[in-house]
Design a protein around this ligand. Structure first.
Ligand SMILES: [Zn+2]
Length: 404
């Protein structure tokens, strides 16, 4: 009787473990895809990028500031030029009316930035709709996202990474190609998108033929080298609208599946605000999948993952795997923060019930109740050096919030 009860309990435990495994947050497309987005409507997008795109039959998405067009701002494209882009088959997204940081404006301005820009673009460019939004500076919070959802079907951020079919529609990831990004780096991203059948969105701003003098400028010859590589590799090019149409349309994380924070990269909704020396694509010491996080817990430095807001009342625990590298014994503290104050924190050694071990992976399950956190909004989750000293490399992998 005791034995069968134990077996039953074992089976139930296995079933519960299977349920607790996060759903793969990487539902691939049929093939890799790339989108060229051009932000703000700079005049050089028309004079320098457009000829290079047209010569290769690549349609792009232009994220436009409606007041720049309506008021003929200097250095920006004209409405007539944008009409030509539309006639040539390019895609238009809204990038607000005045390009403010939307997290700092009043509710009235937030609504008008979103709605007036969309209405202006629809009526002045004779478009049936402008369903996609590009948030200025990549800056948003829960309030901004709520407002975007009322007017748009998607939102492109500048959170780095690739998109999968189940990436959240209002937090589409994109890699900003600023002046310091080399062609070879972008080639690597394209190769990665092909290999994992993901959707890579690239962001460009201004173009110059000489040496860029601003971060937002990119050398035209490097842009054409990227377009040539896209054609050489044969990766499918889509506009933002075409890519968005191939998505599952997920707008919220599924709490029942758990909330993955890091699987083989930072998951949808999380932004890397780390200030410690670290890598989110460590391949040498990996728990599962292809990559892990390596982290130098020195001098109070930390890994920091930022989110617009996770309702912690839906979750019961944080799970992760830790590896102490060659030394073990590191003092590392997990902190949950709501953006204003610490909600709870614990040393990983205390959570493990012993030191972080060298040379092996250990699973850490931290019930939120043990941290005194039964509600509240998670905005920043961080792992911080708790010693102030110079400690050996620590590896982390498969970090997930487990649902109630
Ligand atoms: Zn912008």
């Amino acid at each position: 009787m005791t034995t069968s009860f134990k077996n039953l309990r074992g089976i139930v435990t296995l079933l519960l473990m299977a349920l607790a495994v996060p759903a793969s947050a990487a539902n691939p497309f049929e093939q890799g895809m790339v989108t060229i987005t051009l932000d703000d409507g700079w005049a050089t997008q028309y004079t320098k990028a457009r000829p290079a795109l047209n010569a290769r039959n690549i349609d792009a998405t232009y994220a436009l500031i409606s007041n720049a067009l309506a008021q003929s701002w200097g250095g920006y494209m004209t409405t007539a030029q944008v009409r030509t882009l539309v006639a040539e088959g390019n895609d238009i997204a809204s990038h607000t009316a005045t390009h403010p940081d939307l997290t700092t404006v009043s509710a009235t301005q937030l609504a008008s930035e979103l709605q007036d820009s969309q209405a202006w673009l629809v009526s002045n460019l004779n478009l049936p709709a402008v369903p996609n939004f590009v948030v200025p500076y990549g800056r948003y919070d829960a309030n901004v996202l709520t407002a975007i959802r009322q007017s748009y079907a998607s939102n492109r951020t500048v959170n780095a990474g690739r998109n999968f079919r189940d990436t959240l529609m209002y937090e589409l990831r994109a890699n900003d190609v600023h002046r310091a990004v080399t062609v070879s780096t972008v080639r690597g991203w394209i190769d990665q998108a092909i290999a994992e059948k993901s959707w890579l969105i690239l962001v460009f701003h201004e173009f110059v033929d000489g040496t860029p003098t601003r971060d937002t400028q990119y050398r035209t010859s490097n842009f054409t080298a990227i377009l040539d590589y896209i054609q050489t590799r044969g990766i499918q090019t889509v506009t933002l609208a075409q890519g968005a149409a191939m998505m599952e349309g997920r707008t919220d994380p599924d709490p029942a599946a758990g909330l993955p924070i890091y699987v083989d990269g930072l998951e949808s909704g999380f932004d890397n605000w780390s200030w410690a020396t670290h890598s989110l694509s460590e391949t040498g010491v990996v728990h599962a999948g292809s990559t892990s996080i390596s982290f130098e817990p020195d001098g109070w430095a930390g890994l920091m993952f930022h989110h617009s807001g996770v309702d912690l009342s839906l979750y019961q625990s944080v799970e992760l795997w830790v590896h102490g590298g060659t030394t073990g014994g590191q003092a590392v503290r997990l902190v949950l923060h709501d953006g204003g104050q610490t909600l709870g924190s614990i040393g990983l050694d205390a959570a493990l019930g012993g030191p972080i071990a060298a040379g092996t992976w250990q699973k850490v399950t931290i019930p939120l109740a043990n941290l005194g956190v039964t509600s509240g909004t998670l905005v920043d989750l961080y792992f911080q050096d708790d010693s102030g000293a110079d400690q050996g490399t620590v590896y982390l992998d498969d970090i997930t919030l487990i649902p109630r």
